[in-house]
Design a protein around this ligand. Structure first.
Ligand code: HEM
Ligand SMILES: [Cu+2]
Length: 565
């Protein structure tokens, strides 16, 4: 389909900016494994501090890249399936808000004034422009929802009896979750953190800030994941040469995500003292509920791939695995998506460990955690983002893929890298390696009295995996920017692979309407979060003055803070 020049340009920028910044994000990922393995024993390298690098890594990879991409992909799915482009001024307003926000936050991080990690937990304090920049990026990313919702309602009036296309449903569900969850982080930033960072308030309620953050933070992981799910349901079966086993399964799982993505954030706070056990238990149980849409997805996709394999002549129970187009360079998107799916099996299983209160106490704040989430956010999320960015760019610009045979092996290299890397981190975590710690300064420095030789093999394994991942990412940059600089050979068009459905169930109004689901969503959120916010407000502790990571003494000495009396 032809799209306007303006939308083309918008999508180019929304893919190009985050992928350019990603070079910095990947570099700092590699450096993390280098520090951890004790290759260097310093607190900084090349004029960048350890925590500054870790902040750049988390913010660029997990916030900037994912938000820009989700918006670009949202524009593409809405325009493609509903045949109407988003309102031009809304789309560009969103772009500029995100870009200005990113520049502000990047300045604060690069100048060393915001080494607070992507979770920006107080009492670590950043420059006010970091918080403001993050807020602008987030607000900018949900602005287009209003334009899409408007287009969708107009489409619905014209097609009252047609099922909403699954990809459109995925985009709308995703951005509804995003809009709701970002209200909490906006409150945290504007009411708690900014006045405190500006020195207007001496202390901050740490528990309340963390509770507000994780109201946002867990839903954030579904905001990362749902574009990938949308691709899995609406594109993967087609790319494999088959059909989607059931359309209704996709709808049910998307609506379950709408219900369960937000009211589970307290599972990141099992160790926070001022949240009552009952709430932890309740949200822990709801977290297991999220496994249901994940299993529905896993079985539906397996059945769809089985159908594809059988059509290509596979035999036996699992023979279809041998018949899929793994290395077909003209269908490279299949390789990116299937590799993400393989990693997600391990990501999901380790996630169930984290969600279990008692086991969580064993792995809390250890290297197990980054071992787990690189198999989700750096697995299906990252691979679908980079694969789809290349696909969209090449299609819209009419430029052929640079080095197509290299391109198709990148995701496999990435999988090998991550599996080695995450084995190192997860195993290390189980024998006590802490996360977010510059191990090279102490535990992995043979000259230091804290030297811990048991952690040498695990951190070395993570380093080896990190090197392979970096190599795969480097190849991707060559392919992506090489494509960008090649000559146009076809007319640029917006095309998405469209999967047919094997069992296209009759339209059931309940699964084609947002209203009932939004009401249930609101009720579950109120039940699970009102008591958590009340406890956090009533048990604020003594209140914390601001800290920076390089000094164990608070930054400002204030009389109102009991710690300083
Ligand atoms: C070459 C590839 C990569 C390497 C070698 C790498 C390495 C690491 C390491 C070692 C850590 C743990 C630091 C610690 O807790 O001590 C980490 C944290 C993290 N990584 Fe990666 N990573 C890579 C790619 C990615 C990608 C693609 C994403 C997301 C799209 C990502 C997201 C994160 C996040 C969110 C954190 C947590 C930061 C924090 O604790 O504040 N990483 N990475
Ligand atoms: Cu979570």
């Amino acid at each position: 389909m032809q799209i306007s020049k303006s939308l083309k340009r918008l999508i180019y920028w929304e893919l190009g900016i985050p992928l350019t910044l990603l070079t910095i994000g990947i570099y700092h990922g590699l450096m993390q494994t280098v520090y951890r393995a004790g290759i260097i024993h310093q607190s900084s390298f090349a004029h960048l501090e350890y925590y500054q690098g870790l902040t750049l890594h988390g913010v660029i990879n997990a916030i900037v890249l994912t938000s820009f991409f989700a918006v670009a992909f949202g524009h593409a799915t809405i325009a493609y399936y509903l045949k109407r482009e988003p309102h031009k001024w809304v789309a560009w307003l969103s772009f500029w808000l995100m870009t200005v926000g990113t520049v502000m936050a990047a300045w604060a991080m690069l100048s060393g004034k915001a080494s607070v990690l992507y979770t920006f937990y107080p009492p670590l304090k950043a420059h006010p422009l970091f918080y403001l920049g993050a807020a602008l990026l987030i607000v900018g990313s949900w602005v287009p929802l209003f334009s899409w919702a408007n287009i969708y309602m107009a489409w619905k009036r014209e097609n009252p009896e047609t099922k909403t296309p699954l990809a459109v449903l995925g985009t709308l569900v995703n951005f509804t979750i995003w809009f709701v969850c970002t209200l909490a982080v906006a409150y945290e930033v504007l009411v708690l953190l900014l006045p405190w960072a500006l020195g207007w308030r001496a202390t901050v309620n740490v528990t309340l800030a963390r509770t507000l953050f994780w109201f946002f933070g867990h839903a954030l992981v579904y905001f990362w994941l749902l574009p990938a799910y949308t691709m899995y349901y609406t594109m993967l079966p087609k790319l494999a040469g088959g059909k989607l086993f059931s359309d209704l399964a996709g709808r049910i799982s998307l609506f379950l995500f709408l219900l369960l993505s937000v009211p589970v954030g307290v599972h990141h706070q099992f160790s926070d003292p001022s949240i009552p056990r009952g709430i932890k238990m309740f949200q822990g149980l709801l977290t297991f509920g999220v496994a249901i849409p994940s299993f529905i997805t896993a079985f539906t996709l397996a059945a769809s791939l089985e159908y594809a394999g059988k059509k290509r002549g596979s035999r036996g129970l699992l023979g279809f695995f041998g018949k899929l187009p793994y290395l077909d360079s003209s269908r490279y998107l299949f390789a990116y998506l299937i590799c993400g799916l393989i990693l997600f099996i391990f990501g999901g299983l380790t996630g169930i460990v984290n969600a279990s209160g008692v086991l969580n106490a064993v792995v809390h704040n250890t290297a197990w955690l980054p071992g787990h989430f690189h198999m989700t956010v750096a697995g299906p999320v990252f691979l679908s983002i980079i694969g789809m960015s290349l696909f969209l760019y090449s299609g819209i610009s009419g430029k052929p893929i640079f080095l197509p045979r290299v391109n198709v092996i990148i995701p496999y290299l990435w999988v090998i890298g991550i599996l080695i890397f995450s084995t190192g981190l997860s195993w290390g975590g189980l024998i006590g390696e802490p996360r977010r710690t510059n191990l090279g300064m102490t535990y992995l420095n043979p000259k230091n009295e804290l030297f811990t030789p048991e952690w040498v093999p695990t951190t070395t394994l993570a380093l080896a995996g990190g090197i392979i991942m970096t190599f795969a990412a480097l190849l991707f940059f060559i392919v992506f920017f090489g494509t960008m600089f090649s000559k146009k050979t076809a007319a640029g068009k917006l095309e998405l692979p469209v999967t047919e459905v094997l069992h296209d169930e009759k339209r059931i109004p309940l699964f084609d309407s947002f209203k009932p689901w939004l009401i249930i969503m609101a009720i579950i959120i109120v039940i699970s979060y009102v008591p958590a916010f009340i406890s956090a407000s009533q048990n604020p502790g003594p209140g914390a003055p601001p800290f920076t990571p390089d000094n164990p003494v608070p930054q400002q000495i204030s009389k109102s803070n009991p710690y300083n009396q």
